[in-house]
Ligand binder design. Structure first.
Ligand SMILES: [Fe+2]
Ligand SMILES: [Fe+2]
Length: 309
């Protein structure tokens, strides 16, 4: 019986149909989707922190308002994506509380780029332009994922990410057209972020049964390297057009394929950061823990039924 169900499920996927939360799905499909979606939700929640530090310091009211809205959007993305994860996790006994507890205990993954410091205003521009640009590559490819509730929520998320990217591009263009000091600050920020940006998409996919399953079930549709190349094709020319130097002496485009060949991005550093060794991992998790404790009374108040007068 379960083999018949699995065959029917796989036939459905092969026909390009989508899977809804209430449909039958193999436990492994549920687990793979959950792993991807929880990591995404955690990354939205933690991703708001580097820019949050800049809300009071952004130059001028308009910039403060745009950073504030972006931070608010990212937290909103986290809430919507945790909601999708909650439905997937329920049959496995995994609640939103578990997901958040695992995150603040340092047991769950979130994206490597959100463990780095953002020491200057130019970092805020580079994050919003290029990190959100990289996120849009990954999330744009997932719009066609087979898990329908995730695909639906990503339509809204991607629309907002596209606005974040414009906000970042505007900061970068202003600095690029600014004084010598502003251009130098921009160049330093780009130099700091280039390696984390190459790491953003993860190492080239190894041939593992996990990878094979996620592609066969159309949970993911593009490999890490395909996503990285799509990002490089769009952004390398834009960065170079601004007269900025990309800190990679080996970077060149293969004339036959159009692919960008890049120097060794130090995958050991990537693994060190992913395993919790990022420069700001610990204090950003500490901040998240503190906020969660301080907001406990609100959650308790919401959960307590009001007595009838
Ligand atoms: Fe986001
Ligand atoms: Fe964003």
């Amino acid at each position: 019986m379960s083999e018949e169900r699995l065959a029917a499920f796989e036939a459905k996927i092969a026909r390009g149909e989508l899977i809804e939360a209430g449909d039958w799905m193999p436990d492994e499909y549920r687990r793979q989707c959950l792993r991807l979606i929880v990591t995404h939700a955690n990354s939205e929640l933690m991703g708001a922190l580097p820019e949050r530090e800049w809300i009071p310091r952004a130059p001028g009211l308009q910039r403060k308002l745009s950073v504030l809205s972006k931070v608010q959007d990212e937290i909103g993305h986290a809430q919507m994506i945790y909601r999708v994860a909650e439905d997937l996790g329920r049959p496995l006994g995994i609640t939103r509380e578990h997901m958040l507890e695992d995150l603040i205990a340092g047991k769950a993954k979130f994206h490597n780029v959100f463990t780095y410091p953002a020491p200057t205003w130019a970092d805020v521009g580079v994050i919003a332009w290029l990190v959100d640009g990289a996120a849009l590559e990954t999330q744009g490819a997932l719009l066609r994922t087979s898990y329908a509730p995730y695909a639906r929520i990503l339509r809204r998320v991607c629309a907002e990410e596209a606005i974040h990217l414009k906000h970042g591009e505007d900061i970068v263009l202003t600095l690029a057209a600014g004084t010598r000091v502003q251009r130098a600050m921009l160049q330093d920020a780009l130099t700091r972020w280039w390696q984390p940006l190459l790491h953003f998409f993860g190492p080239p996919d190894e041939q593992s049964p996990n990878t094979e399953l996620t592609f066969r079930w159309r949970i993911r549709l593009m490999t890490n390297e395909q996503l990285r190349q799509s990002f490089l094709r769009k952004y390398v020319p834009k960065v170079q057009a601004l007269g900025l130097a990309i800190p990679d002496a080996e970077l060149r485009q293969d004339p036959a394929t159009g692919d960008w060949l890049y120097g060794d991005p130090d995958w050991n550093e990537f693994w060190r950061v992913v395993k919790g060794g990022g420069a700001r991992t610990e204090d950003r998790l500490r901040l998240r823990r503190m906020t969660r404790e301080q907001q406990l009374w609100v959650r308790d108040a919401m959960a307590t039924p009001t007595s009838a007068a």
